[in-house]
Design a protein around this ligand. Sequence first.
Ligand SMILES: NC(=O)c1ccc[n+]([C@@H]2O[C@H](COP(=O)([O-])OP(=O)(O)OC[C@H]3O[C@@H](n4cnc5c(N)ncnc54)[C@H](O)[C@@H]3O)[C@@H](O)[C@H]2O)c1
Length: 255
Amino acid sequence: MTIGRIQGKIAVITGGARGLGAAAVTRFCEEGGIVHIADIDQSTGEAFAARLRESGYQAEFHHLDVTSENAWQTVLGAVDAKHGRIDILVNNAGVALPIMPIDERPLADWQLVMDVNAKGVFLGTKYVLPIMKRNGSGAIVNLSSAAALGQWQTMEGAYAASKAAVHVFTKSVGTQYAADNIRCNSVHPGPIDGEMAQAILGANPDILARRLTRVPMKRLGKPEEVAAAILFLASDEASYITGAQLSVDGGAVAQ
Ligand SMILES: NC(=O)c1ccc[n+]([C@@H]2O[C@H](COP(=O)([O-])OP(=O)(O)OC[C@H]3O[C@@H](n4cnc5c(N)ncnc54)[C@H](O)[C@@H]3O)[C@@H](O)[C@H]2O)c1
């Protein structure tokens, strides 16, 4: 029997019902993890967890709105009560809006993006840290974006700002909790094939073609390519890595 790269570890993955989160959930299951999918989309998440269990994996769904402090306490409390620990938190849930001029952007849009993408990461981190401290170890992986690191002329402003918050917050957590043996790192995907890229780039092939002129590899990434980076940072293979950023963007930000 092969031993998985996160064998027996208890992981919570937000936004795990679809997209990059679902790819990470699948990969974590394949590598021996006990995976708790936490998502606002109950029907998709429950059906996904059921399919994984049918395939012999250990996966469970929890309804979570990452903007709700109470919901975070309930979900992390339930996982902790069941296993007595949480080893890995992947703060992956996020939202993106189509680009529009900043001087036309309604305040409510800015607030929504900041709430889900930045406040959600803060709340998850705040409530998992005491559990990880009690265990004496933990790994947090935050989904930031290439939008936090560059190419801002063409990035949606609220989204880029929210992902920059995640980028810097990751470094605060990684350094301030290093002595507690808790690591925190961020993954920065470029354009990845899926519903979010559709929402940002739209169905218009010209917009996609323009986006790809700024990606040296000249293609969209695959969810599995991001999941591999998340898995690495969550696993003990990254035991001396904290406060770091890992781009998975076909060279976009390095360009
Ligand atoms: N896809 C890309 O091109 C890309 C690029 C850079 C960064 N990212 C980041 O990666 C992460 C995943 O992106 P994706 O492409 O899989 O997105 P997606 O839209 O396909 O999936 C997002 C998931 O998050 C869930 N979600 C949304 N709001 C939530 C909330 N309030 N509480 C709990 N769950 C919520 C959704 O139900 C969905 O399952 C996001 O943080 C995103 O910003 C994506």
